[in-house]
Design a protein around this ligand. Structure first.
Ligand SMILES: C[C@@H](O)C(=O)SC[C@H](NC(=O)CC[C@H](N)C(=O)O)C(=O)NCC(=O)O
Ligand code: NI
Length: 129
């Protein structure tokens, strides 16, 4: 088996594509409109789907926002330096919601940023796991 993607429903696809590409440095891998279903799927990630787990951004054309609820946690991205990664996000207009530092009750160095829909994205400093 292979872990292929995580699907997130987004309210504004262009806004999300700008964030994941310009703020987080991902690449748009493929995009497909489904006019009969009135939705678009856009896959973004750091490499091809053959050997990278990616994000599937789902835009339902008639829905511009979602109740995120309190069950979903986050997606996690490995970074060389969580402190620098947060500065880079801020410099590009992104929102850091938890500054870099050791996790509570542990030693892993983490940080959290939010995407345009409010989904949490964790930075995990490589080598600190
Ligand atoms: C290891 C890394 O991938 C994590 O996600 S640990 C982050 C840590 N998680 C929790 O505390 C889980 C339990 C919590 N009650 C929950 O349900 O979210 C976390 O979020 N720490 C917060 C912090 O500021 O360190
Ligand atoms: Ni995590």
């Amino acid at each position: 088996m292979q872990f292929l993607h995580t699907m997130l429903r987004v309210g504004n696809l262009e806004r999300s594509l700008a964030f994941y590409q310009e703020v987080l440095g991902m690449r748009l891998l493929r995009r497909q409109d489904y006019p009969e279903g009135r939705f678009t799927l856009a896959f973004v990630g750091y490499g091809d789907e053959t050997d990278h787990t990616v994000l599937e951004l789902t835009h339902n054309w008639d829905t511009d926002s979602y109740e995120l609820g309190n069950a979903f946690g986050h997606i996690a991205i490995g970074v060389e330096d969580a402190y620098q990664a947060c500065e880079a996000v801020r410099a590009k207009g992104g929102k850091v919601v938890r500054e870099a530092g050791p996790m509570k009750h542990g030693t892993t160095v983490i940080a959290f940023v939010e995407d345009p829909d409010g989904y949490k994205i964790e930075f995990i400093q490589k080598g600190s796991l």
